[in-house]
Design a protein around this ligand. Structure first.
Ligand code: SF4
Length: 136
């Protein structure tokens, strides 16, 4: 087999952090293997981990943010999408108060990213309405 290699990484699907090897063949992601000896998972993956690579080549994967305008979804640059979100969040808080906003963190985020969402919610917006998808 030519041009085959594995790349060690961490499963992106939950906060457990299982170790996996991405199989690369012909310059494309071709599969995933459990990483033997990994301190967290020691050669095992759950069902989600075994399928963790499939979204990468999916034709249904979103490549750009979508904004709904006149009932239709329209692809926009990331900067424009972030500006729309910021404007609507600011408008909601000004009209209804900080507790009209809520933040939900993702298990796919790092601890540092979740910490920053916590700071954004509490210190910037002024609400304690913050939760995490792992509790749902
Ligand atoms: S393999 Fe399963 S348990 Fe391990 S990090 Fe991925 S989703 Fe979580």
């Amino acid at each position: 087999m030519t041009d085959y290699r594995t790349v060690p990484t961490v499963c992106p699907y939950c906060g457990t952090g299982c170790g996996m090897l991405l199989e690369v063949s012909g310059g494309r992601l071709a599969g995933v293997l459990p990483q033997k000896g990994h301190p967290v998972s020691d050669g095992t993956l759950c069902l989600k981990g075994w399928a963790a690579y499939e979204f990468v080549e999916s034709p249904r994967r979103l490549a750009r943010p979508l904004v709904r305008r006149d009932g239709k979804r329209e692809a926009v640059p990331v900067e424009e999408a972030l500006s729309i979100v910021a404007d609507r969040l600011r408008d909601t808080v000004e009209r209804h108060g900080p507790d009209a906003a809520a933040f939900i963190c993702s298990a796919k985020c790092t601890n540092e990213e979740d910490y920053l969402v916590n700071k954004l919610a509490r210190a910037v917006v002024g609400t304690n309405n913050i939760d995490h998808c792992a509790r749902l």
